[in-house]
Design a protein. Structure first.
Length: 234
């Protein structure tokens, strides 16, 4: 079976231009396949390159060498060589990403931030836009965001509330690949369990999940495979 993500001989070196172009190697020789229905957890100490690998897959960072091929519905994208337009299309079509931090436009209501991925897909269809907002409201209810906050921009929310908005936005539209960088770090026990359920639902529906989870109980509840990133530390 063709993997959703295929990584071969991947390396990443940062060039520190403010320090005389000094080079800081982080990853080398990463080989990894991730199939639909898997949750591959990246393990290792701080500095082992876990977040760097996620960002290379998402192409926030360009790999210094090697190959990352994303397969979806018969289409293949070589991430390390794709144009900006091709990468944006790949993300829109195939890849969700949830980081530890919410990045949102100021003064936009929480419910609209969550609904946006579905609204983009609706392409102006009024009925579809209404359905997107309804789905966003159901996500917010499930993640215990009080209704009084739905119309409020999340900049003033607590860290845990902001993270739940981030998770709702990242999971509202089912995509075949899901990248997760410590999505439960700011959550209480009840909301952690809810998010674990949501991630497992996405995986069971066929998503290929790659994640970083420092909480052992979360890792145990989600991982179908654990990759020791110290093997690839440069």
């Amino acid at each position: 079976m063709t993997p959703a993500i295929r990584i071969r001989d991947l390396g990443k070196t940062f060039v520190l231009h403010n320090q005389g172009a000094a080079e800081l190697p982080v990853l080398r020789g990463v080989d990894l396949d991730v199939h639909g229905g898997e949750c591959v957890v990246l393990d290792g100490p701080s500095g082992a390159g876990k977040s760097t690998l996620l960002r290379c897959i998402y192409a926030n960072y360009r790999a210094s060498r090697g190959s990352i091929v994303v397969h979806d519905r018969g289409q293949s994208v070589e991430v390390t060589q794709a144009s900006a337009r091709e990468l944006l299309a790949m993300r829109f079509r195939s890849m969700g990403y949830v980081s530890q931090f919410l990045r949102a436009i100021p003064r936009v209501a929480a419910v609209d931030i969550v609904a946006e991925p579905l609204v983009e897909r609706a392409a102006g269809d009024i009925d579809a836009v209404g359905e997107a907002r309804h789905t966003a409201e159901q996500m917010l209810l499930r993640l215990r965001i009080p209704m009084r906050l739905w119309s409020v921009p999340p900049a003033t929310f607590s860290g845990g509330e902001q993270q739940r908005i981030n998770i709702a936005r990242g999971l509202i539209r089912r995509k075949p690949i899901l990248l997760l960088d410590e999505p439960t770090a700011s959550l209480d026990a009840g909301n952690r369990l809810t998010v674990i359920s949501m991630i497992n639902e996405a995986r069971q529906a066929g998503a290929a999940v790659v994640g970083i989870f420092h909480d052992q109980s979360v890792r145990d509840a989600l991982a179908t495979r654990i990759v020791d990133m110290t093997e690839f530390a440069a």
